[in-house]
Design a protein around this ligand. Structure first.
Ligand code: IMP
Length: 190
């Protein structure tokens, strides 16, 4: 069965294709020829995840999977959270976002944080939601070249390297996105 993955973020497409079993055929928005931006107007990850899935389901009437992800920092009361992509102002400027976060945590001893992914699946007559959380900490300097977004400053609990130092296979086992997508896959197989 073909499932449209409602994101324009090619890093997410690559990760989700790696996480999900091969017989779940993921088709990206780019592969569908969809080039519009879906504005994330919700005030929670849940709302934005649903908004993306619903927009694409309404257009194609095919099964759709969408997700919204945020980095939630304990000492900042969960910020940047749903605003993670535009924390420093400009949407999707990961370098500026990381620099601002590091600055805001400069004098902070509590570096605990979590990545949270909320995935929404919509098909005819059904919709469901899956959450994946990975706890960890924000380090003081960017380390590693792989991954995307905030990966160079986040070390997941139980590891001694950032997501940006992990291979894509490693990240695809332990990440917030992996947890949410594995829950989806389990439900989908049943
Ligand atoms: P969104 O889910 O596309 O809105 O992403 C929110 C923000 O979190 C963006 O700045 C992404 O780059 C970042 N982000 C999303 N997923 C990850 C991840 O797996 N690692 C690091 N940053 C991420």
């Amino acid at each position: 069965m073909k499932i449209i993955f409602a994101t324009s973020n090619e890093n997410k497409v690559k990760e989700v294709k790696e996480i999900l079993p091969k017989h779940i055929a993921i088709v990206s928005l780019k592969e569908m020829g969809y080039t519009e931006d879906i504005e994330e107007t919700g005030s929670t990850l849940e709302e934005n995840s649903l908004l993306k899935a619903q927009t694409i389901f309404d257009k194609y009437k095919l099964p759709v999977l969408a997700e919204d992800t945020g980095l939630e920092v304990d000492a900042l009361q969960g910020a940047p959270g749903v605003y993670s992509a535009r924390y420093a102002g400009e949407h999707g400027n990961s370098e500026a976002n990381m620099q601002l976060l590091l600055k805001n945590l400069e004098k902070e001893d509590n570096r605990k944080a979590q990545f949270r992914t909320v995935a929404t699946f919509i098909a005819e007559n059904s919709s469901s939601i899956y959450t994946g959380v990975v706890r960890g900490e924000i380090i003081k300097e960017k380390t590693g070249e792989k991954g995307f977004g905030y990966d160079p400053i986040f070390i997941p609990a139980g590891f001694d390297k950032t997501f940006a130092e992990m291979s894509s296979q490693e990240k695809s086992i332990v990440s917030h996105r992996a947890i949410a997508m594995q829950k989806f896959a389990q439900h989908f197989e049943n």
